[in-house]
Design a protein around this ligand. Structure first.
Ligand code: 3PG
Length: 311
């Protein structure tokens, strides 16, 4: 059957990745329809009609989109986090939803270290900074991304700690990190790196009580989702502790008060990206995009449902 796969990406993939996605789709005799760099939801709503499958990134797939998507059987989030997909609405429409876990883990890990180095070297302003060797980093969540960061941390001679409610302590130990028994325990270390999904439980969960526990030079690294951090609390900690740093992949929702709080130390104590950049590398775009296309073909041709998500 001639199927149509819609690539709907408000933040476009690198052109090379799109070419590779197109080859996978064409090899299966399907058609690729592209909606890249679109500006508003109306564009998406218009494009989904007639699509049998969709490849998305952080694009919102909610009940309204599903309503218009009259032919849709499967949506694949090319990436890890799927808080942008209404899984209940997918389920009630009989649409299978999947992600592509691990495909952009290395890209995110390299961004974590990029931000840590800019911060440790005072945004390259000519003053003496410090080295990462022998310092401690604690991971909240120890999935593919955290493990990729941990691997780099080992290369840097850092000591890793981790807490993950779904991974037993002995497994964490096996992977060369020191298990921590609670979320709060993570905040005894200089660096805390967030690698949890955005859920009702994690939303705004990184609050003043946790952040205040961090030792001198305490630095929170957030390449998960901006909403996981309690922003009013973060603002307060940044304002009252001149040693505290927040390194974040995407700016906090209301950035101006944050900039004011860090004053002239902006660029060391507060680092953020304009758009979510963790997965924005040619390699991650290739990996996640091609995996998504292959999962769609596997689903239609062989009934494969690996990586399908539960509401
Ligand atoms: C992910 O969850 O995979 C990352 O946050 C990447 O998101 P993006 O595809 O919107 O860059």
């Amino acid at each position: 059957k001639q199927r149509t796969v819609l690539l709907a990406t408000e933040k476009a993939f690198a052109a090379g990745a799109v070419t590779k996605i197109e080859s996978v789709v064409k090899a299966a005799n399907y058609t690729l329809k592209k909606l890249e760099n679109y500006k508003g939801k109306d564009d998406l709503l218009a494009a989904v009609e007639g699509a049998d499958a969709m490849i998305i990134r952080s694009d919102i797939v909610d009940a309204a989109v599903l309503e218009k998507a009259n032919q849709l059987k499967i949506v694949v989030r090319a990436g890890a986090g799927y808080d942008n997909i209404d899984l209940k609405a997918c389920e009630s429409k009989g649409v299978v939803a999947m992600n592509t876990p691990g495909q952009n883990a290395n890209a995110v890990a390299e961004l974590v270290f990029g931000m840590m180095i800019v911060s440790a070297r005072n945004n390259f302003d000519g003053t003496s900074g410090f080295e990462l060797v022998n310092r401690e980093i604690a991971f909240y969540g120890f999935g593919a991304v955290a493990r990729a960061v941990h691997k780099l941390a080992q290369g840097f001679g850092m000591k890793s700690f981790a807490y993950d409610p779904y991974i037993p302590a002995d497994k964490i130990k096996e992977m060369g990190a020191e298990p921590v028994s609670s979320v709060a325990g993570l905040f005894e270390h200089q660096y805390v790196s967030l690698h949890v999904p955005l859920t009702d439980e994690t939303k705004a969960s990184i609050n003043k009580a946790l952040l205040s526990k961090m030792p001198k030079g305490g630095t929170l690294i957030n390449t998960a989702r901006v909403e996981v951090v309690h922003e009013a609390d973060m603002l307060e900690v940044l304002s009252t502790r001149s040693d505290f740093c927040y390194l974040c992949d995407v700016a906090p929702k209301d950035i101006e008060p944050f900039k004011a709080a860090v004053g002239d130390k902006f660029g060391k104590r507060l680092i953020f990206t304009k758009k979510k950049m963790g997965a924005q590398t040619a390699e991650a775009n290739d990996n996640a995009g091609v995996a998504a296309a292959n999962q769609i073909v596997g689903f239609f041709e062989k009934g494969e449902t690996r990586f399908s998500l539960k509401a």
